[in-house]
Write a protein that binds this ligand. Sequence first.
Ligand code: HEM
Length: 393
Amino acid sequence: PYAFYEQLRSAGPVHRIRLRTGVQAWLVVDYDAAKEALRHPGIRKNPYSPAGVRARHAAAGDGRVIPANQRLSHHLLYADPPEHSRLRKLVTPAFAPARMAALAPRITAIADELLDGIDRAVDATGRVDLLAEYAFPLPITVICELLGVPVEDRARFRDWSAAVVDTPMATPQRMVSATDAIVDYFDRLVALRHTKAHGDDLISHLLTVTDDDGDRLGHDELISMAFLILVAGHETTVNLIGNTVLTLLTDPPRYRALHNDPDAVAPLVEEMLRYNGPVNVATMRYTAAPITLGGTKIPPGELVLVALASANRDERHFADPAAFHPDRSSNHLAFGHGIHFCLGAGLARLEARIALTRLVGRYPELRLAVDDDDLRWRESILIRGLQDLPVDL
Ligand code: HEM
């Protein structure tokens, strides 16, 4: 999308667009306007508030809004203050930096187990889909263990979460059945936790956590939060790993050099988040009042999409934005900005750094097994990621 975004930025920071699905929205493409939009009090998130419902219907044009099970809607990305502050306060301690850092040995072990599996699974040609065998199972295993859901169910999570995230492909039927299945799954899991002793997992933590006023998460808030963490935790990190490996393999000496230079990994992952991060457009927002954004007047009740991938390539903010420079100190927007700033940013960085370090250690000679033109990207407005990543070991 980068050439398209460059064209849009040269024409202005905010544009009225119509998506392939017919939905009308305002697309924010430059860095300053994106930051402004992400913290604008007149731009809201809750799609089930009366203003949110009106905005969605108006944007859909024909009045058709893709339905989903509303019991999954009580989570951070659908909440505005003061609800958002309350929910975020209850869940934030579970993502404390020390708790995340303590996961490093387990993440390393999971990465190594997966690499052992690749060793065993490789065919005579030495070719393997690194996305399916490594970049996907790593974060989903981590997130399942963190939440305390059985890792054997990960194929189901992948289907459900693709049904929710691949917006242009999501048919109403697929969305309804996926969200119904998720509700059913988490209802049963939480019921089980009520009867069995609590462990150290996140769902047990969310069941018992209270804030200063003794307030707790309600049942639907709990399953919504688990759902959000499951989707956010595996649709994104997989592509950070995939996009990073892809970029490195277009420059094999740079990839090989990492083998002897572990300190180079962190800045490289950071620049990757800016250069080709996994989130293309932030989640849906709408105007709750008339506002002016980047000099453009937007009436109330309109959808606003913030193109993070475009903001991160804004030439007014980043010198030579189309170049991959791990040594630039970057204040990218890949994890969003403001109150909805990614809760899992620390975990995502840790996973990507470990994934890369272990991969280079095991396969310093890894090569891309297809031409650039044959790479298949996912059809999602939210996610920037590959469908597969064939490599030669
Ligand atoms: C929010 C990106 C990994 C949990 C966000 C947002 C972005 C983002 C852009 C803000 C969306 C918006 O404002 O519309 C990413 C990227 C990741 C990643 C690029 C990986 C490279 C994770 C992981 C988790 C996670 C691993 C959890 C384990 C969340 C949650 C929110 C969020 C809970 C909502 C926060 C709120 O609304 O207060 N993420 N994310 N993310 N992310 Fe991530």
